[in-house]
Design a protein around this ligand. Structure first.
Ligand code: FES
Length: 88
């Protein structure tokens, strides 16, 4: 199970956490990954930047904008899931 945490601290919230969560939820449904991804909100990582802070597993991404989510999903999330299941 891959955990994705989207910061909902005040700075990130104002920069689009809600849209990012909605976009990730949409992609999880589209790829039927409900049983492989745990999507959570989290509070400030003290990495407030010009966008939203997102953790994919142990990897931290800062400055994420809603428009970046699809690319992040393809380049980071899907490979991380594949890596998770390769040992099974
Ligand atoms: S509010 Fe999200 S990292 Fe600070």
């Amino acid at each position: 199970m891959l955990t994705i945490q989207v910061c909902v601290g005040s700075s990130c919230f104002l920069r689009g956490s809600k849209k990012i969560i909605a976009e990730i939820e949409k992609l999880i449904a589209e790829f039927q990954l409900d049983d492989k991804i745990l999507l959570k909100g989290c509070f400030c990582h003290e990495k407030c930047t010009g966008g939203v802070t997102v953790m994919v597993g142990e990897k931290l991404f800062t400055g994420v904008a809603p428009k970046d989510v699809e690319e992040m999903f393809e380049q980071e999330i899907l490979p991380a899931i594949k890596g998770d299941t390769e040992c099974l």
